[in-house]
Design a protein around this ligand. Structure first.
Ligand code: GLN
Length: 539
């Protein structure tokens, strides 16, 4: 069977949920036993989102092979439970870089290098790339941005060309639009969808399926109207209603028969019934929890939920395992200080200190760690959160008053967190952190060993600074346990404090590997500890 290509493009407005639609479609096709992967093409000129502030596009998601990618890849992995890779996220910057590098090498000698065909050829090459090697039956490509944006025009043009070049049954275009409800008129309006489809058609692309985001159900006459104006069959007009959980979306899409329509158009068998029993059980646990806990997420990007997307989703997965609703409350670390830390944190069942970069909000994070350490509140520190736990322990337990990470421009004689040797000579910022999955060996008898139930683990990284091993003996003497280390470099990966009921800090990003099918073990254990803590408090 030839690999099939599905393109998902958005119209009318951004933030309609192309990522969730792509992930949900991928899920229901996978549940019918097709091998699926999803890739994202982003129109911006950055080579990758690694150099972007989280306020721009939300969290930067890291793949197993060390690519810094768009946060939608997190959704793809969480839904499909299949690793994505460097090849799954392409930006305009990457495309142009390849073409310009080739031009300099002389690959186009004598020719004028142009958007069509050179840029579009490179876009098409990358769109088809994951189809090589027959690893997947279906490849879904989400195109970032909205149809009509100047920036996404070359991507739309590449899809137009592929619609003609690929056999008709191997290529399909899904257009996601908005059908707004006008309260004053009490009416759903299809005009924005008509315009958006027309714009797509002007670019030469004919959508096969139109998915309409709507707050009210679409009746048959509205579906017929959209179908009539947009050259699709009425059954190919799909309603996509808001749901309390994004994880319900595969069921909503299945109810609309999106999978059946897609498979029919691609000439694939529909015979096999989808198997979503585990997914259904997971959703039931989310909707009917037996407990609830309140967790404080201490960070500095709290104004934007997407900045901590993977952490929030990891709590959903870990909550389901524990049959517990995890209410995550974000706390701005910039405003945390000696005077208010008790008032701000005392009521929580657990505190997670978030990853991050730079000085802003740093002292607040250190105060938060001190408070939870001294008050036996379950603590989980991730990356910068772990580094600040080390700083706090060095300052307040080991007596190294000026301890800090050298990332911060503070004068210090105790750089307990320091730049890795190989980082010192680097001048280029993009793609040069310690990135992707690294091996970590766990010490038997520790909390980490108990949590993972195995000696060797692989977790993903994204940082430049590390625990400074010069300070290891002193900290060990004072009770800190170094329960996970990289066996090749001896770098510290996990710290814990056995005198505390639950205190763990990790240099890696465990949140990047939590999926519905494989909830991340530390998150699961942390939620469990928070439930215990709450019960003991009389919750
Ligand atoms: N800024 C720290 C470093 O680069 C931590 C990074 C992070 O939290 N991801 O080491």
């Amino acid at each position: 069977m030839a690999t099939k290509f599905i393109f998902v493009m958005g119209g009318v407005s951004s933030s309609l949920g192309k990522g969730i639609l792509s992930a949900s479609l991928g899920k229901i096709l996978q549940a019918r036993n097709y091998r699926v992967t999803i890739q994202k093409f982003d129109p911006y000129i950055n080579v990758d989102p690694g150099t972007l502030n989280p306020y721009e596009h939300g969290e930067c998601y890291v793949t197993e092979d060390g690519a810094e990618t768009d946060l939608d890849l997190g959704h793809y992995e969480r839904f499909l439970n299949v690793y994505t890779s460097k090849a799954n996220n392409v930006t305009t910057g990457k495309i142009y870089k390849t073409v310009i590098d080739k031009e300099r090498e002389g690959a186009y000698l004598g020719k004028t290098v142009q958007i069509i065909p050179h840029i579009t050829d490179e876009i098409k090459r990358r769109m088809l790339l994951l189809g090589k090697g027959r690893k997947y039956d279906i490849i879904i490509t989400e195109i970032g941005g909205t149809v009509g944006d100047i920036e996404s025009t070359p991507f739309v043009e590449a899809v137009r060309q592929l619609q003609w070049e690929l056999p008709k049954e191997d290529c399909l275009v899904v257009h996601l639009t908005l059908v707004p409800f006008l309260a004053a008129a009490k009416e759903l309006k299809t005009k924005p969808t008509q315009h958006s489809v027309r714009m797509l058609q002007q670019a030469g692309v004919n959508p096969d399926i139109i998915v309409c985001r709507t707050e009210h159900p679409l009746n048959t006459s509205i579906k017929k109207k959209v179908a009539l104006f947009c050259n699709v069959m009425p059954e190919a007009v799909i309603q996509s209603m808001d749901a309390p959980s994004i994880y319900e979306n595969p069921f909503l899409m299945m109810k609309e028969k999106l999978d059946v329509i897609v498979l029919n158009k691609l000439g694939l068998k529909v015979a096999q019934a989808p198997d979503l029993a585990d997914w259904r059980a997971f959703l039931k646990k989310i909707y009917h929890p037996k407990n609830q806990v309140d967790i404080a997420l201490v960070g500095k990007y709290v104004e934007l939920q997407d900045a901590y997307k993977s952490i929030l989703e990891s709590f959903v997965h870990a909550g389901a395992v524990n049959e517990c609703r995890v209410n995550v409350h974000t706390i701005q670390s910039e405003y945390l200080n000696e005077e208010n830390v008790e008032e701000k944190l005392a009521g929580y069942d657990g505190v997670l200190v978030a990853p991050g970069f730079g000085e802003r909000g740093l002292e607040g994070k250190i105060k938060a760690v001190q408070y939870v350490r001294e008050h036996n509140i379950p603590f989980f520190g991730i990356c910068l959160g772990m580094q600040m736990a080390v700083v706090e322990f060095a300052r307040n337990v080991c007596g190294l008053k000026d301890a800090i990470s050298t990332e911060m421009n503070y004068p210090t004689t105790n750089p307990v967190i320091d730049l890795m040797e190989e980082q010192k000579s680097l001048t280029i910022k993009g793609g040069t952190m310690r990135l992707g999955a690294y091996k970590c060996v766990l010490k038997e008898g520790t909390l980490a060993y108990k949590i993972y139930g195995s000696k060797t683990i692989f977790e993903r990284h994204r940082h430049r600074y590390e625990f400074n091993n010069v300070y290891l003996p002193l900290m060990q003497k004072n009770g800190l346990v170094f329960s996970g280390k990289n066996p090749d470099t001896d770098l510290v990966e996990i710290i814990e404090l056995p005198v505390h009921p639950f205190y763990i800090g990790v240099q890696f990003h465990p949140e990047m590997k939590s999926t519905v099918a494989r909830p991340q073990p530390i998150f699961v254990a942390f939620v469990k500890a928070a439930i215990e803590y709450g019960k003991n408090k009389g919750k």
